[in-house]
Design a protein around this ligand. Structure first.
Ligand code: IMP
Ligand code: MG
Length: 179
């Protein structure tokens, strides 16, 4: 795996610091006595972000999972997102925090927001670890962002290329000949 990496963009230590900060920001925006929180996690890219983030959140919560795929196999291009597995929780009347790894074209979050809105949650907020600022669309609002990055394809910390590198501990760019 290591030989495929061109360079590290965000080191695991920086990720840990920022996720802790995000946890504090998010915790502050909810009142544990009144909030009925469900973290809706978009699989599979957000798994590691979710695992680290929830341990920084001191309040009670449900964790809901939904599987959406936008990149198929060995391509970095953006395709229409496909709902591969429906949300396993009812979020009507609940405070939903959507967790995703990265906001790129916004198609994935637009789809998930539409699915959630149909269930009538009390509130919807969104947290993403990464945002590609060049492409981030104006109509997809995210409330919490870990890092803004340039428009290049990244792997690691949950993000994959052709289903590999999710376990790489840093956010990194692959050698150009691999894409
Ligand atoms: P969007 O629908 O174009 O906003 O893309 C969001 C989804 O595409 C994310 O949830 C990721 O799973 C995937 N994605 C977008 N950019 C990257 C990347 O640079 N590396 C790995 N996955 C990405
Ligand atoms: Mg994803």
């Amino acid at each position: 795996m290591e030989q495929d990496i061109d360079r590290i963009l965000i080191h695991r230590d920086q990720l840990a610091v920022r996720v802790r900060e995000l946890g504090a920001e998010i915790a502050q925006s909810y009142d544990d006595r009144d909030t009925r929180l469900t973290l809706v996690t978009i699989l599979s890219g957000a798994i590691i972000f979710l695992a680290d983030l929830i341990r920084e959140l001191p309040m009670k919560m449900h964790i809901g999972l939904i599987t959406v795929s936008s990149y198929r196999g060995a391509t970095t291009g953006s395709l229409e997102p496909q709902l591969l597995r429906e949300l396993d929780h009812d979020v009507s009347g609940r405070d939903v925090l959507v967790i995703d790894d990265i906001l790129d074209t916004g198609k994935t979050l637009r789809l998930v927001h539409r699915i959630l809105a149909d269930q009538g949650p009390r509130s919807i907020k969104t947290a993403v670890l990464l945002r590609k600022t060049a492409k981030a669309p104006a109509d997809v609002r995210v409330d919490f962002v870990g890092f803004d990055i340039a428009d290049e394809f990244v792997v690691g910390y949950g993000l994959d290329y052709d289903n590999h590198y999710r376990n790489y501990p840093h956010i990194a760019v692959l050698k150009p000949e691999l894409y």
